[in-house]
Design a protein around this ligand. Structure first.
Ligand SMILES: *[C@@H]1O[C@H](CO)[C@@H](O)[C@H](O)[C@H]1NC(C)=O
Ligand SMILES: *[C@@H]1O[C@H](CO)[C@@H](O)[C@H](O)[C@H]1NC(C)=O
Ligand SMILES: *[C@@H]1O[C@H](CO)[C@@H](O)[C@H](O)[C@H]1NC(C)=O
Ligand SMILES: *[C@@H]1O[C@H](CO)[C@@H](O)[C@H](O)[C@H]1NC(C)=O
Length: 505
């Protein structure tokens, strides 16, 4: 009897074991459960042993400690950790629930018998796939400074820039930060010139496996041939100023120039046209006179422009999540009733405007109202509903939206403001821009909402058909004179249906 006891005691104390770790690195999504497998070999009964799990070499601040048949959890892990294996079979695996980004790290499985101890390490990675990168750009000398930002990552992701040929682009500058939930956000910028590549992509990824990608194709004419175009447009402008002025003088002498406002005399008209850039739309004149006033000029905006435009995120992997870059510049506009032409009615909330007595005798095709908001710098985006299909089955007969430069003042007649750039529609004529060539835009009139993106810094105004999330580009005006802009809306005079500033979400 004594012999047997002694023999078994000897066997016990001499019991050596090793630890078996099937996966030395475990990777699980944020919020899920991780099991860190650890087992004794041979599979001895570990019930009388000490089992200690600790993290990042911190032996004293254990995650879980099993001793004397009792389990103690660290306060930080209370309710989230447990030993799930059968201790009788030497299974000391640890289960960790509701993973947080802080749970990532190196875990040690430490098992001690009376005479022996062994330990082994397991790496735990808590993964969180962040947001689809948002790309933006700004001019930086001859080049474009493109910035890519994304947030909500765990662990720290890598950022890779590529050109349209798939080549990795060097010289990016990447910065990391963490938010309140200890998730990583990243911002990376790089300088890019169009000659380098048609478009570039920004990929944020975890171990180059799970990734989110966005692409940007900055507008071609944003900088390429900038100087050439600038020179030609200056030349054209100077010539047309001279010609327009000469024609105007002749017409005024002959008393042929019509006026929108009866208060305005010929002298005032001359003055206003003197300071007016020739590309200003003489909205106040009737069509016939208008045509006779138009000198033939080289169109500044080729119609193929409509095919260009900022195309962003064009081929990124998850189309549903992608939104055009400029949408982040959304502004909420309110119309300023004091700037409204007499014949117009502005709604109480300042969001819509309509013509009070349509088809009454009017010498003004596009009486208008401007926004209270003014824009002198930065980028701004707003949307206008030009055809409320739910109320009216026929498209609106005429309308005009855009930006105007000079604010209304008490001394000015409401519609003597200068219209700078606008997209207009008239039944029969279709869509056209207010540049002298009145270049028509070949788009079937089927849209009901229109998005306007004003970039004061690059001095451009783009129009998009926003009926579909793809935001079809309609037209871009470039080189609009520097200044303070106001949103411009005209419901036309042919019907009483309002046009409306859409609420921003
Ligand atoms: C884990 O998360 C679930 C859902 O958020 C919650 O119901 C549960 O109480 C959490 N468990 C612990 C131990 O925190
Ligand atoms: C330990 O127990 C866990 C949970 O029951 C199980 O998934 C795992 O396969 C076991 N390991 C071994 C080595 O038996
Ligand atoms: C590019 O833009 C980022 C901000 O988005 C800025 O921090 C960086 O200085 C810019 N680089 C250059 C060269 O302008
Ligand atoms: C990350 O987010 C924090 C908090 O929102 C912010 O302060 C920080 O600038 C961001 N860092 C980067 C690199 O975007």
């Amino acid at each position: 009897m004594l012999f047997i006891c002694l023999a078994s005691l000897l066997a016990c104390s001499a019991a050596e074991f090793t630890l078996v770790i099937p996966d030395a690195s475990v990777s699980e999504p944020l919020g899920s459960t991780a099991i860190l497998h650890c087992g004794l070999s041979p599979s001895l009964n570990a019930r009388t042993f000490d089992v200690r799990w600790y993290k990042n070499g911190d032996y004293d601040n254990f995650v879980l400690f099993y001793n004397d048949q009792k389990t103690i959890e660290n306060d930080k892990y209370r309710g989230r950790v447990s030993l799930i294996g059968e201790l009788d079979n030497g299974n000391v695996s640890l289960k960790l629930d509701n993973l947080t980004s802080l749970d990532g790290g190196e875990y040690t499985c430490y098992v001690k018998s009376i005479s022996w101890y062994e330990k082994a390490n397991i790496n735990l990675t808590v993964k969180a796939l962040g947001s689809t990168p948002v790309l933006s750009y700004q001019e930086s000398g001859e080049k474009m400074n493109v910035t890519c930002t994304s947030r909500g990552w765990s662990p720290k992701p890598t950022v890779t820039w590529r050109d349209s040929a798939g080549q990795e682009l060097p010289h990016s500058n990447t910065y990391y930060g963490t938010d309140s939930e200890d998730l990583v956000n990243v911002s990376s910028w790089m300088l890019y010139s169009r000659s380098d590549s048609e478009w570039i992509s920004c990929t944020v990824s975890l171990n180059h496996q799970e990734m989110k990608e966005s692409r940007i194709e900055p507008r071609k004419d944003f900088w390429s041939g900038f100087w050439k175009e600038a020179f030609i447009s200056t030349l054209v402008l100077s010539l047309t100023v001279l010609i327009t002025f000469a024609i105007l003088l002749i017409l005024i002498r002959k008393g042929l120039l019509p006026h929108c406002s009866s208060h305005k005399n010929a002298k005032a008209a001359v003055n206003s046209h003197e300071s007016l850039q020739p590309e200003t739309l003489p909205l106040n004149t009737t069509e016939n006179n208008h045509e006779s006033l138009q000198p033939k000029t080289v169109p500044l905006e080729a119609t193929e422009n409509t095919k260009r435009g900022i195309s962003s995120l064009a081929a990124a992997p998850e189309p549903t999540e992608e939104r055009p870059v400029w949408l982040k510049y959304k502004v909420s506009l309110t119309l300023d009733p004091s700037t409204a032409a007499k014949c117009l009615k502005v709604s109480r909330d300042g969001k819509s405007v309509s013509c009070e007595k349509p088809n009454s005798k009017s010498d003004c095709k596009f009486p208008h109202v401007v926004s209270k908001e003014e824009f002198g710098s930065g980028q701004h985006y707003w949307e206008v509903m030009i055809w409320d299909k739910t109320i009216k089955t026929q498209p609106k007969s005429s309308w005009c939206v855009g930006v105007t430069q000079k604010p209304h003042s008490e001394t000015q007649k409401p519609h003597s403001e200068k219209v700078l750039r606008a997209l207009c529609y008239e039944e029969g004529s279709g869509l056209y821009t207010n540049t002298h060539d009145f270049s028509k835009i070949s788009t079937k009139y089927n849209m009901y909402t229109l998005g306007l993106h004003l970039n004061c810094d690059s001095r451009s105004l783009s129009f998009y058909n926003t009926d579909k999330p793809s935001h079809n580009h309609l037209h871009t005006f470039n080189f609009i004179p520097q200044g303070t802009y106001y949103a411009f809306l005209s419901p036309g005079v042919k019907d009483d249906h309002p046009i409306r500033i859409l609420n921003q979400d």
